[in-house]
Design a protein around this ligand. Structure first.
Ligand SMILES: Nc1ncnc2c1ncn2[C@@H]1O[C@H](COP(=O)(O)OP(=O)(O)OP(=O)(O)O)[C@@H](O)[C@H]1O
Length: 276
């Protein structure tokens, strides 16, 4: 493992202290085709913390991170970004066709140039340097995700943004991947923003959770987590079986677009509320 190749050069960019806000938004909204995909979202990712965005399909998780990264244009509110920070992004989907012949080495440099030494060093950070000459289409789901994380590390990010990093990975692999992400946070003292469908594995390594269903349903520390039938309905029975679930009382419902619906909430998309 070569720490020096990827280490930050303080002469080039002084690092802000732990806890310093790096990336976030205020009252962020994205309107497309007359529909608010997300609305009124406040978020901060600070140096040294892992923030997880959870929520149902179509809840706007990808929309939020793409807006934070400048890939999608917000329609309301503000993105806040500390001066000079670098981001590393592990997208949910890659524009490259995984069935096309492509080596890991080449995949690593599709978006930004890097030397062979830098590529191998980045891969080593995710325990995948032995894969450098392999064909991408031969990789397992877990190996592929590790390579993508290594690729994001090439940018020496202050904030690592991962959109569903454990997709196509089995349960044990998911635990290992989240441990890896936590160890990268410790090693680089970066902030981490990650998206997940569910709560159960992500909770073990996360500092703060934001539940997004068009708007922020709730946000807080995983220490506040406990079981809740409403969350079981939202995230499925696995979440309830494997982990305490985010603590909040449930007092409203959301319609299909995430809007708050009052009245007979049980007939709606999901039903929950806030303690705070
Ligand atoms: N550019 C766009 N124009 C119009 N609608 C969009 C656009 N991008 C996303 N959407 C819609 O916005 C909603 C939120 O999508 P998004 O991908 O952000 O949700 P998500 O929470 O990441 O979902 P998933 O968990 O399925 O990945 C969806 O209904 C989607 O179809």
């Amino acid at each position: 493992m070569n720490e020096t190749v990827l280490s930050r050069d303080p002469a080039v960019q002084p690092q802000s202290p732990k806890g310093a806000p790096l990336l976030g938004c205020r009252d962020l909204g994205v309107l497309r085709d007359g529909r608010w995909l997300i609305r009124g979202v406040d978020l901060d990712v600070r140096r040294g913390e892992i923030v997880s965005i959870v929520g149902p399909n179509g809840g706007g998780k990808t929309t939020l991170i793409k807006s934070l990264l400048g890939i999608m244009r917000p329609s309301a509110g503000q993105v806040t970004r500390a001066a000079g920070i670098r981001t590393g992004y592990v997208p949910q989907r890659l524009a490259v066709d995984r069935t096309m012949p492509l080596s890991v080495d080449r995949l690593m440099t599709l978006v930004r140039r890097a030397s062979r030494a830098e590529i191998v060093a980045a891969l080593a950070q995710t325990g995948s340097d032995h894969l450098v000459d392999r064909a991408v289409q031969e990789l397992s789901g877990g190996e592929f995700q590790r390579v993508l994380i290594a690729r994001a590390l090439l940018n020496r990010p202050d904030v690592l943004v991962l959109d569903e990093p454990v997709q196509s990975v089995d349960f044990t692999g998911q635990v290992e991947l989240y441990r890896l992400i936590a160890s990268l946070r410790d090693r680089y003292d970066c902030g981490v923003l990650l998206v997940s469908h569910d709560l159960h594995v992500v909770m073990r390594e996360t500092d703060r959770v934001l539940c997004l269903a068009g708007h922020v349903c709730c946000t807080g520390a995983p220490g506040d987590v406990s079981r809740s039938p409403e969350y079981t309905r939202l995230f499925g029975p696995t979440a309830a079986e494997t982990l305490a679930i985010y603590q909040h009382a449930h007092d409203h419902a959301h319609g299909p677009a995430g809007e708050i619906v009052t009245g007979d909430a049980h007939n709606h998309f999901h039903h929950h509320g806030h303690e705070d």
